[in-house]
Design a protein around this ligand. Structure first.
Ligand SMILES: [Zn+2]
Length: 168
């Protein structure tokens, strides 16, 4: 086949098939794409997650949020790099507020965030001062219901704990 023909054939395949890994979340994304799912190995070829646990966790998380009507999420703590990554992946799907766990944070600001949010992830085991996290924990039941204290590191773990909470 000539180069041009090859390109056209590839474009036609891409239009018809959604390359997807074996993860349930990715199968759902493929199912919603309107294209025929095509199981691929290794999962780095997956059009949904690209083989990344983080991206898969993001897909799962957004799906859980949608199901539970969660639109506003506050994340307290985490490193600047991780906050940036989360912002990149979640922005446009949920409204996000990030709280730097190492900076001064007033009780009033925290109260506003608690009122505003549908879900608050307090991310311990990261760059999070007790002074900051204390504003978010131990509140009245109306707000503490929304607050999840996550103790594991990593974006995938953070979102997995949030999903578990949302499924309750
Ligand atoms: Zn996948």
């Amino acid at each position: 086949m000539s180069e041009q023909k090859l390109e056209r054939a590839e474009a036609e395949l891409a239009e018809r098939f959604f390359r997807v890994c074996s993860a349930a979340a990715c199968a759902q994304v493929a199912g919603a794409s309107g294209r025929e799912p095509l199981l691929v190995e290794p999962r780095t070829y997956c059009e949904s997650c690209g083989g990344s646990n983080n991206r898969r966790a993001v897909t799962d998380f957004l799906e859980a949020c949608q199901r539970k009507g969660v639109r506003r999420v506050v994340i307290v703590g985490g490193s600047p790099a991780v906050r940036e990554e989360l912002e990149d992946q979640l922005a446009g799907h949920v409204e996000l507020r990030m709280v730097d766990g190492t900076e001064r944070h007033t009780g009033e600001k925290a109260r506003h965030n608690l009122e505003w949010a549908d879900l608050v992830l307090v991310w311990g085991a990261t760059e999070l001062h007790h002074k900051v996290s204390a504003h978010y924990t131990g509140g009245p039941p109306a707000t503490s219901r929304k607050v999840i204290h996550v103790t594991r590191r990593g974006v995938a773990a953070l979102l997995a704990e949030a999903i578990t909470h949302l499924k309750r």
